[in-house]
Design a protein around this ligand. Structure first.
Ligand code: UDP
Ligand code: MG
Length: 317
């Protein structure tokens, strides 16, 4: 099998029929043998029923449907899809047709045409979103690259096609907090950019609220760097110590010049507040990391699948 197309689905009942026909249309005469790996990420609508009942696209070799026991998030869904994918190359695609199957095929062709490359990643030439969101996303990439010393391709999405080696490398990473943008940067390999402009969602709304994105972004940065843990407290401590020393010298000198001078409450208050704030902030950072260590040490699986169905052609196995 040439290509596995992995599609995470969360409440995508409106998009799925269109997706099935779009995939068939794009790949039918391509000469590429492919499978579809759908992961139903605990949808509460008809997604699961549709995945099981929609006729398998005639051009697909087989279709795999993994049903999660609840919503575990897109990253977990991608992991489950990767684990089931058997193709020589793997493509990741959203269910909402913002990332057209025809484009996926072009990316696959580009990968085939470049034997030295291991991955083709679509990056958004023009963002179809507001200035505020764009600003935060940009700030995120800057922070991520600076702190992780990795190079996450800015504006590269999860819309990718990559070789089996890359898939195996991703699967060899055991962490349960999975952050694909970082993981793709971490595993390395030669990645070619593929410019594209995402289409509008065919149906429904984005599943990401600003808060969810923010939490996801902060989590992503923290999981690829220990910079805040090691450096913030150390640097702040050093600065505070130096300032304290200077203040001490000043106080002693002052005593000689003007022995009757009353001691300065405002100074003490400032120093107290400053130090208290620094200590609490540092504790907060340490807490973030300990929470992560706690989660990882529990070694819980990234998801629970309640069923897996494999269909070949139009038959069920
Ligand atoms: N998705 C998922 N689990 C979630 C949220 C989203 O599997 O908890 C899927 C969703 O069905 C879609 C893809 O991830 O196929 C991207 O989601 P969405 O289109 O909402 O994100 P956006 O395109 O706005 O970044
Ligand atoms: Mg989308």
């Amino acid at each position: 099998m040439d290509l596995s197309i992995v599609v995470p689905c969360y409440n995508e009942e409106g998009s799925l029929p269109l997706l099935f026909s779009a995939v068939d249309e794009a790949l039918a005469d391509s000469g590429v043998s492919y499978e579809l790996v759908f992961v139903n990420d605990g949808s509460s609508d008809e997604t699961s029923r549709l995945l099981h009942e929609l006729p398998t696209p005639a051009s697909a070799e087989r279709i795999v449907v993994v049903d999660f026991s609840r919503n575990f998030g897109k990253e977990s869904a991608l992991l489950a899809g990767l684990q089931r994918a058997e193709g020589e190359a793997v493509g990741l695609m959203d269910a909402d047709l913002q990332q057209p199957p025809a484009t996926l095929l072009e990316m696959y062709r580009m990968l085939q045409a470049n034997p030295t490359a291991d991955c083709v990643a679509a990056f958004q030439e023009h963002r179809n979103e507001g200035a505020v969101l764009s600003f935060f996303k940009h700030a995120f990439y800057k922070t991520f690259d600076a702190t992780s010393r990795l190079n996450a391709m800015p504006d590269a999405s999860d819309f990718r096609v990559f070789r089996r080696e890359v898939a195996d490398a991703l699967l060899s990473m055991p962490e349960s907090f999975r952050f694909s943008k970082g993981m793709f940067a971490w595993v390395g390999f030669e990645t070619l950019p593929f410019p594209y402009t995402p289409a509008n969602r065919v149906e429904g709304e984005t599943k990401w609220s600003f808060r969810k994105l923010m939490r996801y972004g902060i989590g992503g940065v923290l999981s690829f760097t220990t910079f805040p843990l090691k450096k913030i407290a150390a640097v702040a401590g050093l600065v505070a110590t130096l300032a304290g020393l200077v203040l001490l010298v000043e106080v002693i000198v002052e005593q000689f010049i003007n022995p009757a001078m009353p001691s300065g409450y405002p100074t003490i208050l400032c120093v107290l507040l400053l130090m208290g704030g620094l200590i609490l902030a540092t504790l907060g950072v340490i807490g973030e990391y300990i929470a992560r260590i706690y989660i990882e040490t529990k070694r819980r699986p990234a998801y629970i699948a309640k069923s897996v169905e494999v269909r070949t052609g139009n038959e069920r196995e």
